[in-house]
Design a protein around this ligand. Structure first.
Ligand code: SF4
Length: 362
């Protein structure tokens, strides 16, 4: 299959079968950029409500560039990989200060800014400005590895080889649509487990299909195997709960959570709670009933949170991370990681059940 045919086949398939998504209705660089950051490691289904809400809260670059980081993190709450939100806010500040609120159409400028790796830079420049930068994300890598019959894992290590193969097939113009069409093909047809080759617009030139290798390329990636067990303490006083802020750097930096920590080898959960609270809060505690368990998967590990109702026997020390006693409703103002959001939901349901029980017994 020659150059024109590959690009044209993909583009005409995309025009007919591509999904209508809110960020595809526009070439506005700000909107393209936000959607591309949200879509990293995250499905279209999960992103769509966040994108809609985001555009109401931060409709343009100036609003985002001047927004407090906490409100940006709050809008991101539950979407994961929070560094993306921090980078969006940081780069928006730079665009407002140095570029009059515009995204400059320059690879060399963008690639130096927070959150602009080769993928995001190429995606924004091609989709918003129609500049000739191909993109390689996991979907595109998979399609191309199958199409060109390149074995191995989906990993950036193969990118040079993929680019060399792809170069002669690129369209002369319409690179943004071409990139989106390839990504869409990977999302809808050339899917990881069960590619729908019969529906594929480029099946005639696909070497993977010809060799019958379409289901074994790329080699499956292993799931995160490290599993951590942690305890979480819920302290409640007069309808308010104790939360504290995570450090400004590292995993889930700057988000809020209930106090807790990892269970050390040989420790019981109760021992871990008492030790963690002594270390974190400088307080002695009484461990009460088990409330709930929450499992959350990160990129490299899975955490199981064991949540206990606890009572303070001594006052927490004044030093340490910022802490607040907050009502469940007041928690809406703070950004939490997904694990904590599920604990808050549990506490909300428990409060509702208690209120119902009370009304029945009256
Ligand atoms: S023919 Fe099958 S394996 Fe090849 S690109 Fe299309 S869907 Fe993927």
């Amino acid at each position: 299959m020659g150059k024109k045919t590959f690009a044209e086949s993909i583009l005409s398939w995309y025009r007919r079968h591509g999904r209508h998504l809110p960020w595809r209705e526009t070439k506005d660089p700000y909107r393209v950029w936000v959607s591309e950051i949200m879509l990293q490691q995250t499905t279209v289904k999960a992103v769509t409500p966040y994108y809609d809400r985001w555009m109401k809260l931060f409709p343009d670059m100036n609003t985002l560039g001047r927004a407090p980081l906490q409100s940006v993190l709050k809008a991101w709450e539950g979407l994961g990989y929070y560094q993306r939100a921090r980078n969006l806010r940081a780069s928006a500040g730079i665009f407002v200060e140095r570029f009059s609120g515009q995204i400059p159409p320059s690879y060399e400028t963008l690639i130096r800014l927070p959150g602009f790796g080769p993928y995001t830079t190429s995606a924004v420049l091609s989709i918003a400005f129609d500049l000739p930068y191909p993109v390689l994300d996991a979907n595109v890598r998979r399609v191309l590895m199958r199409y060109f019959l390149i074995e191995g894992n989906v990993s950036p290590n193969n990118d040079n080889l993929l680019r060399t193969n792809l170069d002669p097939l690129l369209p002369a113009k319409g690179m943004g649509d071409f990139n989106q069409a390839l990504m869409e093909l990977g999302a809808l047809v050339c899917t990881p487990g069960n590619p729908q080759c019969l529906l594929c617009p480029v099946r005639e030139g696909c070497r993977g299909l010809e060799a019958g290798e379409q289901e074994v390329i790329p080699a499956p990636k292993s799931m995160p195997s490290t599993r951590l067990e942690a305890v979480v303490a819920v302290f409640e006083q007069n309808g308010r709960f104790l939360i504290q802020q995570r450090p400004p750097t590292g995993l889930l930096a700057g988000l809020w959570e209930f106090p807790g920590g990892k269970i050390e080898p040989g420790e019981s959960r109760e021992q871990a709670l008492r030790r963690e609270m002594k270390e974190e809060l400088g307080a002695d505690i009484e461990v009460g009933p088990y409330l709930t368990g929450v499992t959350h998967a990160y990129t490299r590990f899975v955490v199981r949170l064991h949540v206990y109702e606890c009572r303070l026997k001594t006052e927490p020390k004044k030093s340490g991370p910022p802490r607040r006693w907050i009502t469940l409703r007041g928690m809406n103002r703070f950004p939490f990681p997904s694990g904590s959001v599920r604990i808050i939901r549990f506490l909300g349901n428990r409060a509702k059940n208690r209120a119902e029980e009370d009304s029945h017994t009256r």
